[in-house]
Design a protein around this ligand. Structure first.
Ligand SMILES: [Zn+2]
Length: 359
């Protein structure tokens, strides 16, 4: 994520040596340079939205899964499994955030999303048809960046005799920097242009009795996440400018009923597979016009093409997403199914005639 400026930008905004943009009127950071993002937010303990240090402002920290989800699905005592295969309680899963940003985040993002998702799939679908997917896309970027910023605090090796590597030491931060810019755009009023929006699917899912009515999964490499709340499932690729959705469109149109957990994971894997194998990727930048208004924009490749040879196999991604459910399932032939998934020739979505398998 880089920056561009209009002709008289210097009048009311300041630019630091590392290319961080500061609004001189309200002193807000309009744009974090990659360097400042890594220093203050990834490696430091600054508020992940405004960048204030805990010595400057009151902090109350932000739950990674927002409190309304923890309450609605009774998850405070439940655990999330982390990439180092350890678990942490959702209720303790927080990152540094100041009170002021936390309140604004609640007002402008969390309360509207909480209300929208409380009224079921049809209501949410109608809202998005009328208002566009911007609110949900920002919210999903927030969830993803919060989850992966937390990884900066977590040890890769739990044995304290081993080196103190953090899970996030393995990350490449430039692409997360873009997702961070979108996630905090409610704060600096930066406008997200249409081509920045990633593949976002809002799908009906079968309702499973509590506690199974909530599910969350993400994949760092695919810059993707899914979340299932009762009869609503959101699947999103955050950095593909809809390339994966365009490739999946004809299959997507055949889906004609609510999805099972394995079907959701298959769609997720199919989209991630495209995103991870894109030959040319969109590039993103923030642009300030002459009125110092900020826009996050994208430069798109001319064609959607996959790498040759492919760098990531579909079966590996599909298996990564499904293996635990298959193992715990009561399928009689689960070893056979698991093998076919790894080979990339299995589908939970369509029968031999290519028709959607209804649950
Ligand atoms: Zn803040």
């Amino acid at each position: 994520m880089t920056i561009k400026f209009g002709s008289d930008f210097k009048k009311t905004i300041g630019i630091t040596e590392d290319k961080t943009v500061i609004n001189l009127t309200d002193k807000k950071i309009d744009f974090f340079s990659l360097e400042k993002f890594q220093k203050d937010i990834v490696a430091g303990d600054s508020c992940f939205i405004c960048g204030a240090s805990p010595s400057e402002k009151e902090f109350n920290n932000e739950h990674i899964l927002p409190n309304w989800i923890l309450r609605r699905f009774n998850l405070h005592e439940d655990e999330i499994t982390l990439p180092n295969n350890t678990s942490i309680r959702y209720g303790r899963f927080t990152i540094p955030c100041c009170v002021e940003c936390n309140n604004q985040l609640g007002r402008e993002i969390e309360i509207p999303v909480s209300e929208l998702t409380s009224k079921g799939y049809d209501n949410l679908k109608n809202y998005v048809i009328k208002n566009g997917p911007g609110l949900l896309f920002r919210w999903l970027c927030l969830l993803f960046i919060k989850t992966h910023l937390k990884d900066t605090l977590l040890r890769f090796y739990l044995d304290r005799r081993e080196p103190d590597y953090k899970i996030a030491d393995l990350f490449e931060w430039e692409s997360l920097h873009h997702i961070h810019c979108v996630a905090r755009s409610f704060y600096n009023q930066c406008f997200i242009t249409g081509e920045v929006l990633g593949s976002l699917l809002i799908l009906p899912s079968i309702e499973i009795d509590s506690p199974g009515n909530f599910d969350y999964g993400d994949m760092y490499g695919g810059k993707a996440l899914f979340i299932r709340m009762n009869d609503i499932t959101l699947i999103c690729i955050l950095n593909d400018s809809c390339a994966a959705l365009n490739s999946f469109q004809s299959e997507f149109e055949k889906i004609s009923g609510p999805l099972s957990p394995l079907q959701i994971r298959e769609i997720f894997a199919r989209l991630v597979y495209v995103n991870m194998n894109l030959k040319e990727r969109p590039t993103y930048y923030s642009e300030f016009n002459d009125k110092n208004e900020c826009f996050i924009k994208a430069k798109l490749p001319n064609k959607i093409e996959l790498l040759e040879p492919l760098q990531y196999k579909f079966g590996d991604i599909f298996s990564f997403m499904c293996s635990r459910i298959i193992e715990e399932s009561s399928f009689e032939d689960k070893e056979y199914v698991a093998q076919k998934i790894i080979e990339g020739v299995w589908t939970f979505l369509f029968n031999e005639k290519g028709e959607f398998i209804k649950n």
